[in-house]
Design a protein around this ligand. Structure first.
Ligand SMILES: O=c1ccn([C@@H]2O[C@H](COP(=O)(O)OP(=O)(O)O[C@H]3O[C@H](CO)[C@@H](O)[C@H](O)[C@H]3O)[C@@H](O)[C@H]2O)c(=O)[nH]1
Length: 487
């Protein structure tokens, strides 16, 4: 065989939507591929790359894999933009105006595709950035879409045209009955209400840009070679059955964090980097671990609303009173840029918090959730937090903020999985107080039993022979079969 026809080793270009949770789960996927001997180029936004360098051990850890490299691309926003949920449209607009043409230019000029480490043979791109599909088709590289939401939410997104056709969307005026059934989402007719649809559906006008975006991006996914979902078959069987009637190759390989831990534990210890698993864009305050050590078993409610939620000071004060009045110890993550509003924090609250609360800017969440003192999680129902909570066997109180979270909280609550309580669309101190008590005391055993069962299924799925384990192996074979030849 002459040198020109030598096959390259497979190299996957992984390209996340540039926010913390997407970067985190796609870095986990990158490590899983590296463990299987696949080379990876991880395309990070300049902004996130700087933060990742500064605050996580990711660079040193990933440098351990010989085929791994980072590449960067601008996200189009100024450095001091907060990139929070309340301004997410600005991020999408900037991606369209700046990142999209830059990505095309990089791929067409082969700047990402043909360096000394080998050409890109497959792209795994965030399914919320379908401009990558156009580019992949133009340069002739197979592309796999990775959607970081649950299968159930993906299916609800997929059904938006049916919801419109059935007259269930848009909302019917300001006093619409949000508890009417969303019956056009097949398989969820018996429990999904209009209020449980993805928050993008809460519109009176079908031309709403958020609704249009998720609808179009979701339909476009069908053009990709395959779809990756961070879930496991046993958790979302019904939604997955429906999705598989439209998309033939769906690789359910999650929960990714548990999957990575399992595959790493099967490697000889000497071959793995001995360092933090953190992919954090903010500095982790580890002092909370010592505070947790000082608390009784399963006594603490951990409170975090993820990486992009913004709460008002009014909402924050309601949560605060509810937590203090519940009488339970609490660990509360309050990220920089996560509170908006003018209201002053009453001194009585700060005083009461000294006795039983601990507030921090950012924590190593997987470790916090795994800590024996944590008894439950008050969460915004981001999909990563939901999976991390399930695997750590921590029941949840769900306060969904936006996007997919309205769907996730419905599943966590009484209607489906029964591993927590859904406090969607309420935010008052009495509800918070009651739900914390119910979760940690009154109904504690019932929730612990159901979340334990689910955690067992999750762990089984990522062990050898399990559904996610087998699906990852199939996907790796698929990627290996895409090896192209130098022309
Ligand atoms: O102090 C903290 C708080 C959070 N995390 C991590 O941050 C991630 C948060 O992810 P997620 O729970 O998914 O929430 P968001 O950051 O809000 O994620 C966005 O992306 C998710 C995946 O698409 C969606 O499910 C959410 O609705 C969307 O807001 C998790 O991995 C956490 O472990 C930390 O490491 N430390």
């Amino acid at each position: 065989m002459d040198q020109k026809s030598q096959p390259h080793p497979p190299r996957v270009l992984i390209f996340p939507f540039p926010v913390q949770s997407h970067v985190n789960s796609m870095l986990k996927l990158a490590e899983l591929l590296c463990l299987a001997g696949i080379h990876v180029t991880f395309l990070n936004s300049d902004h996130n790359h700087r933060l990742l360098l500064r605050h996580s051990g990711a660079h040193a850890r990933l440098a351990h894999y010989p085929g791994f490299q980072f590449a960067t691309i601008p996200d189009g926003l100024p450095a001091d933009h907060p990139r929070t949920g309340d301004r997410i449209k600005e991020l999408f607009d900037a991606l369209s105006a700046v990142m999209r043409p830059r990505f095309r230019e990089m791929m067409v000029s082969s700047r990402l595709g043909s360096d000394t480490k080998g050409a890109v043979t497959c792209i795994i791109a965030d399914g919320i950035m379908c401009f990558t599909i156009d580019v992949a088709e133009e340069v002739g590289i197979p592309i796999i879409s990775f959607r970081t939401v649950s299968a159930s939410c993906f299916w609800a997104f997929f059904c938006i045209p049916k919801l419109i056709e059935a007259g269930e969307l848009p909302l019917r005026g300001d006093d619409d009955d949000m508890d009417r059934p969303a019956s056009a989402v097949s398989g969820m007719e018996s429990f999904l209400r209009i209020r449980d649809l993805p928050a993008f559906c809460r519109v009176h006008d079908l031309t709403d840009p958020g609704l249009q975006l998720v609808t179009t991006e979701t339909q476009l996914t069908t053009r990709a070679h395959a779809l990756i979902l961070n879930t496991f078959d046993e958790l979302e069987e019904s939604a997955l059955t429906h999705i598989r009637t439209h998309i033939s190759k769906v690789y359910t390989i999650g929960p990714l964090h548990a999957h990575l831990a399992t595959r790493q534990s099967a490697e000889p210890a000497s071959s793995l980097p001995d360092m933090t698993r953190s992919n954090s864009l903010w500095e982790e305050d580890r002092s909370c671990m010592a505070w947790l050590d000082s608390q009784p078993i399963k006594s603490v409610i951990y409170v975090s609303f993820g990486s992009i939620t913004v709460v008002t000071t009014d909402q924050m004060i309601e949560f605060w009173y509810g937590l203090v009045n519940s009488g339970k110890p609490f660990l509360w993550v309050i990220r920089p840029n996560s509170v908006a509003g003018e209201r002053q924090i009453p001194t009585e609250l700060s005083e009461a918090t000294k006795k039983r609360g601990y507030m921090v800017g950012w924590v190593p969440q997987e470790e916090v959730l795994a800590h024996p003192s944590v008894g439950g999680f008050l969460t915004h129902s981001g999909w990563n937090s939901t999976l991390e909570s399930i695997v750590s066997e921590k029941p949840m109180i769900c306060w969904p903020y936006f996007a997919d979270q309205q769907v996730n909280s419905r599943f966590v609550g009484e209607a489906v999985w029964r591993i927590g309580l859904d406090m969607k669309d309420t935010c008052d101190r009495l509800t918070v107080e009651k739900m914390v008590r119910d979760l940690l005391e009154v109904r504690r055993d019932e929730f612990l039993r159901s979340v334990h069962r689910m955690a067992e299924l999750a762990k089984k799925s990522v062990r050898e022979g399990g559904s996610s384990y087998r699906n990852l192996d199939r996907m790796i074979e698929d990627i290996k079969s895409m090896i192209c030849h130098v022309h």
